[in-house]
Design a protein around this ligand. Structure first.
Ligand SMILES: Cc1ncc(COP(=O)(O)O)c(C=O)c1O
Length: 553
C-alpha cells in the first residue's frame, strides 16, 4: 500500500513537472523526466501485476472486437432484433424489384412493357395526381416571402393566396426555417380545432391537438407512450395497414388480431372483438387499446354509426383506448355513406361515455390533397389524463417540431378557401374532379378484377384500395411453399414480372390462413389501370392453366 502511494505521488509529481516543462517548451527535458516513471513501475511488483492485467484486458478486447461478437461492429445478427423483425410490405422486396424494372425500361434494357404500373402504395402524386393549386401557390410565397414585396405580385397570385401567405409569414414569426413550438404553430392548431368543431359539432381543446409529420408520427408517439412490455396488447384489424403491426414489433408489444369479415364486406363484428380479447386475457395479455381504421385500409370499408356505437360500448366495457385512424375521412365513394368521426359518435353518446379514451388522427397525405411528401398531420386526444398528455408533449419536444411547411398544409386542409374568395371555385373544381376520378376508377377496377376467374372483390366504399381474394391452384401453393415463398407473394411477383403491375400480397396486411389476397390502389389513371388489369388477367389465366386447377375459366 505504501509503495503504491509513493508511486502515485511520484507520478503526480512527475506529471506536474512535465506540465511545467511543456509550458516552458522544454521538450528534451520532459522526455528525460518521463522515463524514470517506467523504471519505477517495472521495479514495483504491484505495477507489474497491473501491467499483466492491462495486457490481459487488451487480449480480451481483441477477442471481443471480433466482428461477430462485438456489438460496435454492426451486422444483421447483433442489431436490435425488433428492428430486424418489423415488416412493412408496402415498401418491401417487390417494390425494389419494380423500381429496378422501371429503371431498366427507362434505360431501354427492357421493352416488354412501356412502364410499370405502380399500385402498391397510396401515394397519389407519384402516379400523376396534380396538387391543389391554392396549396402550392401559398407554399411558393411562404417559401420565398420576398415575392410578397414585388409590386407585380397581384398579376401572379389571387388576392386570397397573397393574404394567406402574409398571414402565415406573420404567424410563423421567425419564418419557416425556424423551429416552431413542439406541438405545432398555435395558429394551425386553432385551424384544426375549428375544423374539428365544424365537423363534429363539439368544441375541441387546443391543448389536446398535436401537429405531426404525417399521421404516422402521431401514431408512433402514442403507441410509444402506452406500450410498456410484451404483456401489453393492442387489438389490430386483420387485414390491416402494416404500420401498426410494424410498430408493435418495434415497441415490443403484443399484436392481438381481430379478423374483419370478408363475407360481410369486411365488416367489424363485436363477437370477433370479444373472442379475441377473451383469448388474449387467457394468455395473460393486458389488452390496452383497439385500432380502428375508418374508412379502412386495405379494405375500403366505411363503418356505419350503429357499428361505431357498438365499438365505443365495447371499449367502455373492456376499458380499452380507442385509436381511430381517420386519414381517409374525405375518401368516400358511395352515395348513401357519409363519414362520421368516432369523436362525434362518442360525444353524441353523452356524459355516460366520457371515460372512453380516444386518440384520433388525420393527414394531408390522403383525401384529395394527396400531399404525402409534405408530411403533415395531426392527432387529437379526448378523455386522456392530463399527466399522460404532458408526457406525450414531452415526446413531441424531443423531436423539436413537426416540419413547418407540412403544418401549413394542415392549416390549408382544415381551412380551405371560403365561398366568395377568389380561389374557392378552382379549389372546389379540383377537389371534385379528383374525388370523382377516384370513384370512377374504383368502380371500373372492381368490375374488371371480378371478371378474372378466381378473383373476387367488393367495391370499396372509401379509401384508395381494393383487397381482392385470389383463389390459387393447390399445385401453385405447393410450389411456392417448396421454394420457401408465400403463395400470394409468388403470385404478386408473377404479376410484376409478367404483367408489369406492382401490387402487394395480402400476407403483408394479414389474412385468414388458407386465403390469399392482394392489395391494389386505384390511383393510376383510368387507361393505365385498365391495361394493367387486362395484363393481370392474362397472366393469372396462364397460372391457372399451368397449374391445372379446379377453378373454371
Ligand atoms: C390507414 C393509414 N394510416 C396512416 C397512414 C400514414 O400516413 P401519413 O403518415 O402519410 O399521414 C397511412 C398511409 O398510407 C394509412 O393508410
Amino acid at each position: 500500500m505504501h509503495v503504491k502511494k509513493q508511486n502515485l505521488f511520484l507520478n503526480i509529481d512527475l506529471e506536474k513537472k512535465n506540465l511545467r516543462n511543456q509550458n516552458k517548451g522544454q521538450k528534451k527535458h520532459k522526455n528525460k523526466q518521463l522515463k524514470p516513471i517506467k523504471n519505477v513501475v517495472h521495479e514495483d511488483p504491484i505495477n507489474q501485476i497491473n501491467d499483466e492485467l492491462i495486457n490481459n484486458i487488451k487480449k480480451l478486447w481483441t477477442i471481443s472486437s471480433h466482428p461477430s461478437t462485438n456489438v460496435n461492429t454492426l451486422n444483421i445478427d447483433n442489431i436490435n432484433n425488433r428492428v430486424r423483425d418489423a415488416q412493412y410490405a408496402v415498401r418491401g422486396e417487390l417494390v425494389t424489384i419494380a423500381d429496378q424494372m422501371q429503371k431498366d425500361i427507362n434505360a431501354g434494357k427492357r421493352t416488354d412493357f412501356e412502364k410499370i404500373v405502380f399500385c402498391n402504395i397510396g401515394n397519389p402524386h407519384a402516379v400523376g395526381q396534380k396538387p391543389i393549386t391554392f396549396i402550392r401557390q401559398v407554399l411558393s410565397l411562404v417559401e420565398y416571402p420576398e415575392i410578397l414585396n414585388n409590386p407585380n405580385i397581384h398579376l401572379l397570385y389571387p388576392e386570397d393566396v397573397i393574404e394567406r401567405a402574409r398571414e402565415y409569414y406573420i404567424g410563423s414569426k421567425n419564418g419557416i426555417g425556424a423551429y416552431s413550438n413542439s406541438q405545432g404553430f398555435d395558429f394551425v392548431i386553432n385551424d384544426v380545432a375549428n375544423f374539428i368543431e365544424a365537423r363534429d359539432g363539439y368544441k375541441a381543446d387546443t391543448s389536446n391537438i398535436f401537429l405531426t409529420n404525417g399521421a404516422s408520427e402521431g401514431i408512433q408517439m402514442f403507441l410509444n407512450t402506452i406500450i410498456r412490455n410484451n404483456m401489453d396488447g393492442i387489438l389490430l384489424p386483420i387485414p390491416q395497414y402494416p404500420l401498426y403491426s410494424a410498430l408493435l414489433t418495434l415497441l415490443g408489444g403484443t399484436k392481438v388480431n381481430y379478423y374483419l369479415d370478408e363475407s360481410k364486406g369486411w365488416g367489424l363484428s363485436i363477437e370477433e372483438l370479444n373472442s379475441s380479447v377473451v383469448k388474449s386475457k387467457m394468455k395473460g395479455i393486458n389488452v390496452l387499446a383497439i385500432v380502428v381504421i375508418n374508412p379502412g385500409n386495405p379494405t375500403g370499408k366505411c363503418l356505419d354509426v350503429e357499428n361505431m356505437k357498438e365499438i365505443i360500448k365495447f371499449c367502455q366495457r373492456e376499458n380499452l383506448i380507442l385509436i381511430a385512424d381517420e386519414v381517409y375521412q374525405e375518401n368516400i365513394y358511395v352515395e348513401d355513406m357519409k363519414f362520421t368521426s368516432f369523436r362525434k359518435v362518442l360525444l353524441d353518446m353523452g356524459e355516460e361515455y366520457n371515460n372512453v379514451q380516444l386518440f384520433s388522427c388525420h393527414s394531408v397525405s390522403k383525401g384529395f390533397l394527396g400531399e404525402c411528401g409534405q408530411r403533415g398531420g395531426y392527432f387529437e386526444l379526448l378523455n386522456i389524463n392530463k399527466e399522460v398528455r404532458d408526457q406525450i408533449y414531452k415526446l413531441a419536444c424531443t423531436r423539436l417540431c413537426p416540419n413547418t411547411l407540412g403544418q401549413l398544409v394542415v392549416s390549408m386542409m382544415t381551412r380551405p378557401p371560403k365561398e366568395g374568395e377568389p380561389s374557392y371555385e378552382l379549389y372546389q373544381k379540383e377537389k371534385t374532379t379528383i374525388l370523382n376520378q377516384l370513384k370512377e376508377r374504383s368502380i371500373m377496377l372492381t368490375k374488371e378484377l371480378n371478371a378474372i376467374p378466381g378473383i373476387t372483390c367488393e367495391r370499396p366504399q372509401g379509401a384508395m384500395y381494393i383487397f381482392p381474394s385470389v383463389e390459387l391452384p393447390p399445385k401453385f401453393v405447393e410450389e411456392a411453399e417448396k421454394i420457401g415463398k408465400k403463395p400470394d407473394f409468388l403470385w404478386a411477383k408473377y404479376m410484376l414480372e409478367e404483367a408489369g403491375v406492382c401490387v402487394i400480397p395480402g400476407s403483408g396486411f394479414g389474412q385468414k390462413p388458407g386465403t390469399y389476397h392482394f392489395r391494389t390502389t386505384f390511383l393510376a389513371d383510368q387507361d393505365s389501370l385498365r391495361d394493367a388489369v387486362h395484363r393481370m388477367k392474362k397472366v393469372h389465366e396462364k397460372i391457372l392453366k399451368e397449374y391445372a386447377c379446379r377453378i373454371r375459366i
